[in-house]
Write a protein that binds this ligand. Structure first.
Ligand code: FAD
Length: 399
């Protein structure tokens, strides 16, 4: 009997499990995860769970549904600790080993924290427990929430806190929010959106350190320009680190998460997917590591299909990444993979109305389409981008 092993029982790992089961009804599929219960779906953690609109159980549902009746050998409370690449063997934290015909690495990523001693009142938002711990502090009515980092997690948490009626300061070292991903006009739009909702947005200033109130609890944030921001609750949203520490010394390339070829293969019989994995996306002609919900599903499916198909049928995993973000009453959606250097073209609507579609251009290529309050346009553009990144057909579609 064939044995597959999956490391990580979250979105990418369980999507891989479902594809493996469809492809091989008899295989043994071992899934390991140190979490003692199935991880929760993550998007509601900075939105509905944090706001109090959803009870935590609801965030568990999507992954519980995925497990369904797949007949998995699901080993929760068990981490993979060592990988023998040549023997395709995993050593586990319970002292056992799994020898397998194929392995999917889907360990996701962990939220980065600030250096320095831990202070009460300082939070990250990655796990359900993080969101609930922050929610209970918000329930107590802090006098001011400081959010460090204006990427998607920071911006969503800031918006949720403002919608709860709390005073919020959002601090970002770059001149505009999300500059790594978008040209500055989009960041400026996001900054204006937050300011109009009463968030104090501080841009272009780094954080020097957290201020200890003297009782082991945070009292504020010291900024690099010498000023301080009072805050009795602080949320740190400064990105993530792929969970690859346990693979040090395995021989895998870990220079950008688990580095894979275009077919998601990290080594013979070993694939990787989701937040932890980078691969060569031949559709864009570049290596990328994507941290989006739907991507984790598609990537998990592709990594599993790669193991099922074997080398002769290896095909590249071609992807047009897609994500959404909810901030205040706006839904921001994007298809593609633009960078901060791309040209921005307004295709429809206006920034003032807060309903618009922009397309990003690099030479003759369209690298992405972003819409605010325009889901249909983004979906159509995504389909077109899947066919080709040529600028002309996208421009024609959107104008
Ligand atoms: C607060 C928040 C809000 C988000 N909102 C959005 C959104 O609005 N839109 C969007 O597109 N995306 C959003 N995302 C991103 C999206 O949720 C992630 O991209 C997705 O969850 C990644 O899934 P994954 O399975 O790759 O990794 P993860 O969900 O991180 O799962 C990895 C699993 O691997 C396990 N693991 C780690 N190490 C080991 C080990 N050694 N052995 C065994 N198991 C291990 C972990 O315990 C974990 O369960 C959000 C993310 C967060 C945190």
């Amino acid at each position: 009997m064939t044995t597959f092993a999956i490391v990580g029982a979250s979105l990418a790992g369980l999507s891989a499990a479902s594809t493996l089961r469809r492809g091989d009804a008899d295989a043994s599929i071992v899934v390991v995860d140190p979490a003692t219960e199935l991880p929760s779906d993550r998007p509601p953690l900075s939105k509905q769970v944090l706001s109090g609109e959803w009870e935590p159980d609801r965030a568990h549902q999507p992954l519980a549904n995925k497990v369904g009746d797949l007949g998995l050998d699901l080993r929760l409370g068990t981490a993979a600790t060592v990988l023998d690449v040549a023997a395709r063997t995993l050593s586990l934290s319970d002292g056992t080993q799994v020898v397998s015909d194929g392995i999917v690495l889907a360990m996701g990523a962990s939220a980065r924290s600030l250096p320095g001693p831990a202070l009460a009142g300082v939070h990250v938002v990655r796990e359900l427990a993080d969101s609930l711990a922050l929610r209970s502090e918000l329930d107590a009515g802090p006098s001011r929430v400081g959010v460090i980092g204006a990427g998607f997690i920071g911006a969503e948490v800031a918006a949720t806190c403002r919608e709860r009626g709390l005073d919020v300061t959002m601090i970002e070292a770059a001149p505009t929010p999300m500059l790594r991903a978008f040209p500055e006009q989009i960041g400026a739009f996001v900054a204006d959106l937050h300011r109009d909702h009463g968030t104090d947005v501080r841009l272009g200033v780094g954080v020097a350190g957290l201020i200890d109130g003297g009782d082991g609890r945070v009292a504020g944030i010291g900024l690099a320009d010498g000023t301080t921001v009072d805050a009795d609750v602080v949320v740190v949203g400064i990105g993530v680190t792929p969970n690859t520490g346990w693979l040090d010394g395995s021989g895998l390339d870990l220079s950008n998460g688990v580095v894979c070829d275009s077919s998601t293969l990290a080594a013979p019989g070993i694939t990787a997917a989701g937040d932890v994995a980078s691969w060569v996306n031949e559709h864009f002609g570049e290596a990328m590591r994507v941290e989006h919900w739907e991507h984790a599903i598609e990537h998990g499916e592709a990594a599993a299909a790669r193991l099922l198909g074997g080398d002769p049928s290896a095909v590249p995993f071609l992807s047009v990444p897609w994500f959404w973000s909810d901030q205040y009453d706006l839904k921001i959606q994007m298809a593609g993979r633009p960078s901060g250097d791309d040209e921005l073209h307004l295709m429809e609507g206006s920034f003032e109305e807060r309903r618009f579609v922009v397309a990003f251009r690099r030479g003759d290529r369209c690298t992405g389409v972003l819409g605010v309050g325009r889901p249909r346009h983004v979906m159509q553009a995504r389909m077109r981008l899947r066919e080709s990144l040529d600028w002309a057909p996208i421009a024609e579609l959107l104008t």
